[in-house]
Each structure stands twice: as C-alpha cells, then as structure tokens.
Design a binder for this molecule. Structure first.
Ligand SMILES: *Cc1c(COP(=O)(O)O)cnc(C)c1O
Length: 302
C-alpha cells in the first residue's frame, strides 16, 4: 500500500576515496537524501512528530525558527501535504530579510504564513497567534523550534540502533544544534556498545549544548550517558563562518559530497581537526551522519 509519507530511510554509503584523503575509513549516512528535497534530519524528526500527533487537514501548526530554518520549511511542507494551516514566527531583522530570497519564497510557495520578529518577541508572538487560532479550532499544535521533541529523539534512537548494529563503526560524527539528533544517536550507540558519538556544535557553547543533549537523554532516563559536544568549530556562530569551514565544504563538494557552511561543513571541519589532533585515531572507522543543509548552501549563494 502506498504511504502518505515515505519511511525515513536513507542510504549508508562507503566514501573510500574521501576517507583515504583523511586517513580513515569513512561511511556517510545520507539523511540529506530523505524525501522532499532539503529537510535533512528534520524529515526524520517531523515524521515521528506527525506519527505521534496525527495532524490532519484543517489543523493549525505553529512554530518558530530562523528565516532559513530547515525545521520551518519542512513543517511548511508537511502542512502543504496534509492541508494544515502553518504559521511561522521567524526570528530575525525584518528590515534585512529579502522577501525574494529562496528561503522566504519557499515558505510562501508552500502556503505558510510568516512573521519576522526580534528573538525577544518570539514567545509572545507564538502565544498571541495560538490564542487567536484557538478561537477558531481546538486543533492547534505548537511544534517546538527545531522539532526538538521526544518523538524526534526516539526516531534517531531507532535509526542509529538499526544502522550501528549492522556495521562496524568506532565513532559517529554529527552536526549538533538543539541536540535532539545527537541524543538519539547516543541512545542508539549505547544499545549497540563500543561506539563513540562526537557532536560538533554549529552554534552553542559546550556547556549549554551538552546540557541540552543531557536534557533529551533525561526524557529517556539516560542522562548519565557520556556526551561529547565540541564547540571548537563553531567558527563565529550560527550561520557564520570563516575559511576553516569553507575549505571543509569545498573538500566535500570536490568529492561529490554536498556540505554547507551552517551545519555539515562545521561537522566536517571538526572531523578533520579531531583526526589531525589524534583525538580520533588514524584509520578509525568513522560514520559521518550527514544531516542535510542543501537549502542553507543554496541560500548562502544568493
Ligand atoms: C537542524 C539541523 C541540525 C541540528 O539538529 P539538532 O537535532 O537540532 O541538533 C544539523 N544539521 C542540519 C542540516 C539541520 O537542519
């Protein structure tokens, strides 16, 4: 039977050539190839959230993120597919956002309504919109920014357990933002044993990021598991970068691996440095969990 949404299945690929250049055995989990071009790890998270909540036609979905948020565009896509109304409270400077940018146009084309407000006003605006929507319908869902939910963590837990139980890996390297993806992978790696998980921060400090990952683990009574959340490759902050990240992105693309400077390029730069510093031993079997980011790459270039 045909499914409304395809299962969150993505290829595991052997990147021998790129790995040889780096001095390791490299596998890549291609979550950038999950259905609907562009969502990356947000497809896995939001599919799990949809299965838990069963949003349906006529429901109102409300959420928040940056203008170029993969979570927001993926939620807008779920809304378009399901016939839900989607309203997004985007944090940013409305005077600086180009209404013709790919990110903004895509949200509009998917039928979402958006408002752009300073970060400090996001919570109030979400509440105001939610209250108004509740006067029309009971079926209003406020989806946490970044799809930072227990269902999302569980989805990565299952995916990581299934994947790691079928291949020989010493360490998983992943771009980490809110930490839900990393937490899920830590849970899956723990089930299998002997696999380290190295989260590379895309923005947060090590203290704040690790705390967020531990919070996710706590939802599953697993807050004692080790958390590596490395903030040495943040490279200027969220959606900023220097030549360090850019050269990692170029190295990926030269081998045919599409990276971006907001997420996966930082993780890849981190991987290169951890290897060079011997923190990941040469010839380790590394699984690079590619979380997506092609939309960010496209936005960067316009
Ligand atoms: C959201 C996102 C991440 C971070 O995922 P978290 O679960 O928030 O840590 C990593 N890579 C890409 C491409 C993303 O869109």
């Amino acid at each position: 039977m045909a499914d409304l949404f395809p299962a969150a299945e993505s290829p595991l690929e052997d990147w021998t050539d790129l790995g040889r250049d780096l001095g390791l055995r490299l596998l890549v989990k291609r979550d950038d190839l999950l259905p609907f071009p562009l969502p990356g790890n947000k497809y896995r998270k939001l599919l799990a959230e949809w299965r838990a909540r069963r949003w349906c036609r006529g429901d109102v979905l409300v959420s928040t993120g940056g203008v170029d948020s993969n979570h927001c565009r993926t939620l807008a896509w779920f809304g378009a597919r399901l016939g839900c109304e989607v309203h997004l409270v985007l944090h940013g400077d409305a005077t600086k956002v180009d209404p013709n940018s790919i990110a903004v146009r895509m949200l509009g084309d998917l039928g979402a309504t958006c408002e752009i407000v300073p970060s400090a006003e996001v919570a109030d605006r979400l509440k105001t919109f939610e209250d108004l929507a509740r006067e029309r319908t009971d079926r209003v869902w406020v989806v946490p920014g970044g799809a930072h939910t227990a269902a999302g963590v569980s989805a990565f837990h299952r995916a990581a357990r299934d994947l790691l139980s079928g291949c020989e890996v010493d360490v998983v390297v992943v771009a980490s933002g809110t930490g839900a993806t990393q937490a899920g992978i830590i849970l899956g790696a723990h089930d299998v044993g002997r696999v380290d998980v190295q989260g590379i921060s895309v923005a947060r400090s090590a203290a704040r990021g690790a705390e967020a990952v531990r919070e996710c683990l706590g939802w599953f009574d697993a807050e004692d598991l080790p958390v590596n959340f490395d903030d040495r490759f943040v490279d200027g902050g969220y959606a900023r970068c220097t030549e360090a990240t850019r050269s990692a992105v170029t190295m990926g693309w030269r081998h045919g691996l599409p990276l971006d400077t907001t997420y996966t390029g930082k993780a890849f730069n981190g991987l290169r440095h951890l290897l060079a510093a011997g923190e990941i031993p040469q010839r380790s079997r590394v699984l690079f969990w590619h979380t997506g980011g092609l939309g960010n790459y496209l936005a960067e270039s316009t």
